[in-house]
Design a protein around this ligand. Structure first.
Ligand SMILES: Cc1cc2nc3c(=O)[nH]c(=O)nc-3n(C[C@H](O)[C@H](O)[C@H](O)COP(=O)(O)OP(=O)(O)OC[C@H]3O[C@@H](n4cnc5c(N)ncnc54)[C@H](O)[C@@H]3O)c2cc1C
Length: 504
């Protein structure tokens, strides 16, 4: 191979068209405009008339990395999006009615031994009243309504929590629009009416807007939402339906006035036919009921939602319908689906914006030239498949491990689950071991929280613990005390925001 072969000057991508301007479209535009700072035009088409899904208010810690790569100032971003901070998710009535547990961001305690903290907790459980939740800094702070950024000193117990954000998804898209336009992204308002494909290859060549404008590009990013205008409408890529594992197919969303309970965490409360979210922002609280239409009518679901708000509803509940599952390929020919066009898993663990970010990272990691070599696209799709299936399993576990009485919950407790999840449940049940798999998004603390929180108690702790000369109860009590004391020193969530990032 000669040096000239490497250069291939004629084959580079010269133009990218993003179809759709929801969170997916503008996150993609922001990241691409930041990275491709020369030599490629980036255009985005969106339609105000069609609008966006507009929900998507809770995130997981990975979003921080996305914002950091863009160079966003955290306080400015939180201020601009009416944001708040999230230390994890409190699950109410999931394993059984009125039971609560916390899925923390960060770790349980500060590991003090080769054996994990939760193993010491399991071993010492009969001899003390320590709640597993009380062994993580995230809950020590969250349960007291406190928040501060983690310490950068690894010896400090305040370094053991992590955090994400709640924010207004519409404001976030607007914020990123400004960012992207400042870096040269061109925006066209209006609807795409037709899509033109190459007669031979089937590659997309251009789209025609309702007003007759034609937009051609080398690479198309489909951010058109559930409809998947290019990836499905044009390329008929196909969709794997996962409703038999994740049966909720509708949601009603309604904001309400803020209450005094400005929690630095999301709350998810299981209901007879699904679950309800509660997400506090600076200017309002976001709420929604995600439910299975086979188990409750829309009217009953709306009544349940409205009866369980902690402030005055600020409008009528907005209906949303979805089919849980995944587009068979996120990347097909010269079209890459990002966001809802690539699939949707319900918002139980706030993973949709993360999956947008993950597809954007992969676009950059596998950035093509105009040859669109299948070697590249196949690997992109392989990784995307693993990422979504690992998240899918984690979500299914929330539904499967329960002892509730209603038909939806009985159905989920008795359903066949993917072998990959059954394997993890079996290992944990045996001796509390966590089995990690390629592309697992959620780490040990997350899996531990849900196993224990939903009563998948191991038959015994890890055999290794019998060889350790550690007084578990004494250490756990020390940890709990250290966290409690540290949490008391933190400002309240409200005070932290007032001081650093209060919206105008
Ligand atoms: C009930 C519910 C709750 C959710 N909660 C969360 C959460 O807490 N956390 C989280 O991370 N995610 C959540 N999500 C997911 C999140 O809302 C989406 O992942 C995110 O908003 C991205 O949506 P999108 O940009 O792909 O699609 P959309 O918001 O639907 O945007 C589609 C865009 O395409 C444009 N468009 C479509 N057709 C055309 C056309 N013909 N011509 C021109 N433009 C067109 C539209 O105008 C729009 O701009 C939730 C989703 C639902 C349904």
């Amino acid at each position: 191979m000669t040096a000239n072969d490497y250069q291939q000057p004629g084959r580079k991508i010269r133009s990218i068209l993003i179809v759709g301007g929801g969170s997916a479209g503008w996150m993609t535009a922001a990241a691409l405009s930041q990275t491709l700072s020369k030599g490629c035009t980036i255009t985005l088409i969106e339609s105000e008339e069609i609008g966006t899904v507009g929900v998507g208010e809770a995130t997981i810690p990975t979003i921080k990395l996305f914002n950091q790569v863009l160079g966003l100032d955290e306080n400015d971003f939180v201020r601009a999006t009416q944001g708040s901070f999230k230390l994890g998710i409190q699950f109410v009535s999931w394993g059984k009615a009125n039971h609560r547990y916390f899925h923390p961001f960060g770790s349980y305690g500060r590991p003090f031994d080769t054996v994990a903290v939760h193993q010491h907790w399991l071993a010492a459980r009969a001899n003390n009243d320590i709640n597993l939740d009380d062994l993580c800094m995230a809950w020590a702070a969250a349960s007291r309504g406190k928040f501060a950024l983690p310490s950068t000193d690894p010896r400090n117990v305040l370094s053991t929590h992590d955090y994400a954000y709640h924010f207004d998804a519409g404001l976030y898209a607007g914020y990123l629009r400004k960012y992207s336009e400042a870096r040269g992204v061109l925006r066209h308002e209006g609807k795409v009416a037709f899509v033109q494909q190459n007669g031979e290859s089937g590659f997309v060549e251009s789209v025609t807007m309702e007003d007759g404008r034609i937009c051609a590009a080398d690479l198309f990013i489909d951010c058109s939402g559930f409809r998947g205008l290019l990836i499905e409408g044009t390329l008929k890529t196909g969709y794997d339906d996962w409703t038999h594992w994740l049966p909720c197919d509708r949601a009603l969303a309604v904001p309400c006035a803020s209450s005094s309970d400005f929690t630095p965490y999301t709350r998810s409360t299981a209901r007879a036919a699904g679950w309800q979210w509660r997400i506090p922002l600076q200017h309002r609280t976001g709420n929604g009921y995600v439910y299975s239409s086979a188990h409750i009518s829309d009217d009953e679901a709306a009544a349940t939602l409205l009866a369980n708000l902690d402030g005055k509803a600020l409008g009528d509940p907005r209906p949303l319908r979805f089919v849980t599952g995944r587009r068979r390929k996120s990347w097909n020919k010269n079209v890459i689906a990002v966001g809802l066009s690539s699939g949707f898993m319900e918002p139980l663990e706030s993973t949709s914006l993360h999956l947008i970010q993950a597809n954007i990272s992969k676009i950059l990691a596998f950035f093509p030239d105009r040859d669109f070599d299948p070697l590249v696209t196949d690997e992109f799709n392989r990784v995307a498949t693993h990422e979504t299936e690992r998240i899918r399993d984690f979500l299914i576990m929330h539904y499967h491990l329960n002892v509730r009485d209603e038909p939806l919950w009985r159905q989920c407790a008795n359903m066949d689950i993917p072998g990959s999840l059954q394997f993890k449940i079996d290992h944990f049940r045996k001796c509390g071991r966590l089995i990690a798999r390629e592309m697992d998004l959620f780490g040990p603390a997350s899996w531990t929280a849900v196993h224990i929180g939903q009563f998948n108690f191991p038959k015994r702790p890890d055999p290794l613990i019998d060889f350790r000369n550690v007084n578990g109860t004494e250490y756990l009590e020390k940890l709990r005390g250290a966290m409690r004391a540290a949490a008391e020193t933190l400002p309240t969530h409200q005070a932290y925001i007032d001081r650093n990032c209060k919206a105008n």
